[in-house]
Design a protein around this ligand. Structure first.
Ligand SMILES: [Zn+2]
Length: 81
């Protein structure tokens, strides 16, 4: 059966980005801007606790922080669409 995989954010790859790229991608609660250093500390902490990927789609209900979305079975009609 065909599967749908949701997008994921690669934490290690994010850490290699420039400061201005990080601050435009990650914001705090309520849209509050975050300092690049704070984002780097938080991402590093995630990596150290085994989180390699973050979900990029809130609809994903089968997300594994070490592998990303593990896949959703698609009905035949969804595959044809
Ligand atoms: Zn998913």
């Amino acid at each position: 059966m065909a599967k749908l995989f949701h997008w994921r954010i690669d934490v290690a790859a994010e850490l290699k980005r420039k400061d201005e790229e990080l601050t435009s991608s990650f914001v705090g609660d309520g849209g509050v801007p975050l300092a690049a250093d704070k984002i780097r500390v938080d991402l590093t902490t995630l990596l150290e606790t085994g989180v390699r990927y973050l979900p990029a789609d809130s609809r994903c209900d089968c997300f594994d922080p070490r592998r990303g979305c593990i896949g959703h079975d698609l009905e035949r009609a969804e595959v044809a669409a």
